[in-house]
Write a protein that binds this ligand. Structure first.
Ligand SMILES: Cc1cc2nc3c(=O)[nH]c(=O)nc-3n(C[C@H](O)[C@H](O)[C@H](O)COP(=O)(O)OP(=O)(O)OC[C@H]3O[C@@H](n4cnc5c(N)ncnc54)[C@H](O)[C@@H]3O)c2cc1C
Length: 493
């Protein structure tokens, strides 16, 4: 158990924590990181990600700044477009139904490019997300949905690069060390009490940054705050994010903030394990649903699969699946769209059925009312607006007409066998409710005054996401607020 007194203790060792530690170190602070997980399971949810990061950029020159080794061929064959600050603001406002805290959103959007560039300067390398965020149409890739770059090596690569950056700069990381409570003298935070194995010790510091995730891996809190059935959701990522940071801060008078009954949750392999599996990473997700249909146990469709690009619907549709009878659904595709299915549909650990005849197929969909499913498909095939051309790179307006639940884009008849079905349930990613912070990432008390010596970043910050979330904003918010929290903590006296 470490007994050194650091200037700054950072709780956690995911993306937000590393950004905080690096920013504090930049201020000359002596930084200690505490990570509950053993080293082999460390890196939090950040390690489970694809490493996709939402960032504002104004055309190819900005993309080249982030990805200096883009080849001439890539530039020639790609329309990167732009993702301007105004679009990021619009996306945050739209998906959160105008609930997101304007001050936090301002920082998230305005600091996104500079922060990602800063991470690049620390050793994080990035590449464009070909294939998943840009399809090749007529020989050219066109990016859509504001999500253009990812870390080399995905989440594991991101965590490895950040760990390397921290260790090179003398930042100590203590694995298998869980922060238990904050040391607080009634006026300021003076450190944390932590446990490593059987040893509990008080570790003193001038400032503490909490970057230890939400409460998604805590079934009891999920049920308490998100509601019935959330105990049944699968956890997509780390089993270590049990809400400790939030609990520790609330215990000394921090203010709760944000969408405590809301979370990010996606469609996830029905038979996935209770928590994430690092060997599979995010591949249990099933994110090509905009090109097919979804049916529940009653054999009926229940949501608009093509309401928007995947990036703007995937994070809320997990909850919709959880509300279905039996908490599952089947995603259905035919051969016309098979080439658009993401790599995650090719993994071995998958619940998949296939058949050439639609009757046969209907009976293979386990626990689904086959007769009702066949009726759904008949009605579906008549309702598709085949006069509108199909284009996966734009919201093509190829919709259905006259159904109880219409599809707004990318509707195709189901008539090119063999048909394929993939069973999904709800996988929770992270919770939205958390701590109230100010623009220095200082944690506020219930009088909205900063708690001296306490800062927060990442999933446990409340107020940014409500109801839904734009893909890639999690890593970016951890990075932006991690950097701010670290810089504030590193200069705290
Ligand atoms: C499968 C999956 C895919 C995703 N894909 C993307 C993506 O492509 N792009 C994107 O932007 N977002 C993605 N996300 C969301 C993203 O992972 C999170 O928003 C982000 O990584 C959160 O970073 P963080 O640093 O706040 O938390 P984490 O990375 O989860 O780090 C928290 C750390 O705190 C540690 N910890 C917890 N309690 C304690 C304690 N008491 N003491 C010490 N340590 C503790 C944990 O072990 C963990 O290492 C994905 C999430 C998952 C699960």
């Amino acid at each position: 158990m470490p007994d050194n007194i650091a200037d700054v203790i950072v709780v956690g060792a995911g993306n937000a924590a590393f950004c905080a530690a690096l920013a504090a170190q930049e201020q000359g602070a002596n930084v200690l990181m505490l990570e509950a997980a053993p080293q082999e399971e460390s890196g939090g949810n950040s390690r489970f990600t694809a490493g996709a990061i939402r960032v504002v950029y104004d055309g190819i020159d900005d993309v080249k700044t982030l990805v200096p080794d883009l080849t001439a061929g890539e530039i020639e064959s790609t329309d990167f477009g732009t993702y301007k600050a105004a679009q990021f603001f619009d996306d945050m406002a739209r998906v959160t139904r105008h609930r997101a805290d304007p001050e936090l959103v301002e920082l998230l959007v305005r600091e996104s490019f500079a922060t990602l560039n800063w991470m690049r300067g620390k050793g994080v390398r990035l590449i464009p997300i070909y294939g998943r965020q840009a399809f090749k149409v007529d020989g050219k890739f066109k990016f859509w949905g504001g999500l253009t770059v990812e870390a080399v090596g995905g989440g594991p690569g991101l965590v490895a690069m950040l760990t390397d950056a921290a260790q090179k700069r003398g930042i100590a990381i203590h694995y298998g060390t869980r922060a238990l409570e904050l040391l607080y003298n009634g006026n300021r935070v003076e450190g944390v009490r932590a446990r490593k194995g059987d040893v509990v010790a008080d570790l003193r510091a001038k400032a503490v940054v909490l970057a230890c995730g939400g409460f998604e891996a805590n079934a009891e809190w999920r049920t308490r705050y998100l509601g019935p059935n959330w105990d049944l959701a699968k956890v997509r990522g780390s089993r270590f994010n049990t809400g400790d940071g939030i609990r520790m801060a609330l215990a000394i008078g921090a203010s709760a903030c944000g969408n405590w009954s809301g979370c990010h949750a996606v469609q996830w392999e029905m038979n996935a394990p209770e928590f994430g599996d690092l060997a599979v990473g995010d591949q249990f997700q099933k994110h090509s649903y905009p090109f097919g249909i979804l049916v529940n146990a009653s054999g009926r469709r229940f949501l608009d699969e093509g309401a928007d690009f995947r990036n703007y619907t995937y994070a809320k549709y997990g909850a919709t699946v959880l509300q279905q009878p039996g908490q599952f659904a089947w995603q259905i595709f035919d051969q016309k769209v098979k080439h658009l299915l993401r790599d995650e549909y090719k993994i071995r650990q998958i619940t998949k059925v296939t058949a050439s005849g639609i009757e046969d197929f209907a009976h293979k969909l386990e626990d689904v009312d086959a007769a009702e499913f066949l009726k759904t498909v008949r009605e579906w095939n008549k309702a598709v607006r085949a006069d509108v051309p199909f284009n996966p790179n734009v919201k093509d307006g190829r919709s259905t007409q006259g159904l109880a639940v219409n599809k707004s884009n990318w509707a195709n008849t189901l008539d090119a066998p063999p048909f394929e079905g993939y069973a999904v349930t709800c996988g929770i990613t992270f919770t939205f409710g958390g701590l109230r912070i100010d623009s220095d990432a200082a944690v506020l008390n219930t009088d909205y005054r900063p708690i001296r010596g306490l800062y927060a970043a990442g999933e446990l910050v409340g107020g940014l996401f409500y109801f839904n979330y734009p893909g890639g904003a999690g890593l970016m918010s951890g990075a932006v607020f991690g950097k701010i929290a670290g810089a504030s903590a590193g200069t705290h006296e």
